[in-house]
Design a protein around this ligand. Structure first.
Ligand code: FES
Length: 167
């Protein structure tokens, strides 16, 4: 047998060492790549529509409260924020709705519906908004914001959780 065709002990050690090194590199490298890519693969909920109520639960003329949580993912940081608002059914017509934000337009405190006062009261600086979100008194510079909505055949009200300026 010629010397060039022989698989020497040195070759065997080289191949075995290379194979073991490759296995170790894969064992460390694959989880590391997964860790680095994971944030990009997670689902950010910002901007996704949310079902907030069913039409059959909402009385006509009385603001109906709702809330929802949006989880935002920024790299490895996950932040959950709770948002809220009120749905006002103005008449029997299912499309005659106002979906108001509960965020005060002064400094972003949460307003609450007060049946006795007949308006939304902001506890931070004693402001009041009427049933449709217009400023009655206090420092807020603008009406309450609102959300766009859709109603499906089952009466589920879905909103796009991006607050629009009130009118
Ligand atoms: S935050 Fe609502 S009145 Fe100031």
């Amino acid at each position: 047998m010629s010397g060039s065709n022989r698989f020497s002990r040195r070759d065997f050690i080289k191949v075995t060492t290379g194979a073991i090194g490759g296995i170790i590199a894969a064992g460390v490298g694959i989880p590391s790549i997964g860790y680095l890519l994971a944030p990009a693969l997670r689902q950010d909920q910002a901007g996704k529509s949310v079902v907030v109520a069913n039409l059959s639960d909402i009385p006509i003329g009385i603001p109906y409260p709702f809330s929802f949580t949006i989880t935002r993912i920024n790299g490895w940081e996950r932040t959950a924020n709770v948002f809220g608002g009120f749905i006002l059914r103005k008449s029997e017509d299912p499309q005659d709705l106002l979906v108001l934000s509960s965020r005060c337009t002064h400094l972003s405190c949460r307003v609450n519906w007060d049946e006795q006062a007949g308006g939304f009261l902001c506890p931070c600086h004693d402001a009041m908004f009427d049933k449709e979100g217009k400023v009655v008194h206090g420092p807020p510079p603008e009406p309450l914001g609102h959300f766009e909505y859709e109603i499906d055949d089952a009466g589920n009200i879905t909103i796009i959780p991006i607050e629009r300026k009130g009118e």
